[in-house]
Unconditional design. Structure first.
Length: 151
């Protein structure tokens, strides 16, 4: 079995998904640490959770939750303009002629998207290898909602 994904092959699909969710949570925490995002006991770190919805030992969905703010960090948006500043002279003073900020350049820190999607692809490979089934569901995401993967 792959050393990076220590999942026992005698598990049913629910146990497999639970173990994978635990590994994913650890990897997301490691990604936050790698990109030096927040504190180890900060709100983003503490908000990362993964849950499995299952019936009779068969996993139906894996849900990953964290603060929406984490997506903004991943995309490199949302920094440098306090609430209430837009439309004022101070808003224009903080920007160049092309509209970009003079300070606090936004930079992507792909802690989430890179880690999550790589692990989802690996999950699908392992699921096919162990259970001899394709993962029939699609990965869905909405900006304001949870990330879920139907199995």
């Amino acid at each position: 079995m792959d050393q990076q994904y220590p999942i026992n092959v005698t598990l049913n699909t629910e146990q497999f998904a639970l173990k994978w969710a635990e590994i994913l949570t650890d990897r997301l925490h490691n990604a936050l640490d790698k990109y030096n995002i927040g504190k180890l006991d900060g709100p983003l770190w503490m908000s990362i959770h993964a849950a499995v919805i299952a019936a009779g030992g068969d996993a139906e969905k894996v849900i990953t939750r964290f603060l929406q703010y984490g997506r903004f960090i991943d995309m490199g948006v949302g920094r440098g303009v306090p609430i209430g500043l837009a439309g004022t002279g101070a808003f224009s003073a903080a920007r160049n002629d092309d509209g970009t900020l003079r300070r606090n350049r936004r930079r992507k820190k792909v802690w989430y998207s890179k880690t999550y999607y790589a692990d989802v692809m690996r999950f699908k490979e392992l699921y096919l290898q162990i259970f001899n089934q394709q993962v029939p569901g699609q990965i869905t995401e909405a900006l304001a909602g949870d990330i879920s993967m139907s199995i």
